[in-house]
Write a new protein. Structure first.
Length: 134
């Protein structure tokens, strides 16, 4: 295939990027420029980019839907727990509050430590539910 010769000047930063990219990919700079021009001048280039963008957006939307579902489950579980706890545990008399607060603080610190260990171990409680919707 015959080729026509072109001479053009690039800004130094762009020329450096071109050279580095060609070295990294182990191809000639001419091939990089040729491929870039083909892509830029291709009539269906915009369609390919739009299709890639659409696929990525669809993936992000699915991930967002999954997050929304898990947040809803978490909110409902928390609301159910709080309602149950408030129903099952009447308020403490004034005389018992100080000791209950001290014991509550100790139990809360134990909870935070257990949560920290669980998160650091990498295992997640949510995995125990299976993937009902996600």
């Amino acid at each position: 295939m015959t080729r026509s010769k072109h001479t053009f000047r690039l800004p130094p930063a762009l020329a450096d990027q071109l050279a580095e990219y060609a070295i990294r990919k182990r191809v000639s700079q001419a091939l990089v420029v040729e491929t870039a021009l083909n892509s830029f001048l291709s009539p269906d280039g915009n369609e390919r980019m739009e299709a890639a963008f659409t696929r990525r957006m669809d993936k992000l939307l699915r991930a967002t839907d999954k997050l929304q579902y898990h947040v809803e489950v978490t909110n409902e579980a928390l609301a159910l727990f709080v309602r149950f706890w408030l129903t099952a545990n009447p308020p403490l008399p004034e005389s018992a509050r100080a000791s209950a607060q001290a014991q509550g603080k100790e139990r809360y610190e134990g909870f935070v430590e257990a949560l920290t260990r669980k998160l650091e171990s990498g295992s997640r409680f949510a995995g125990d539910f299976g993937n009902a919707k996600g």
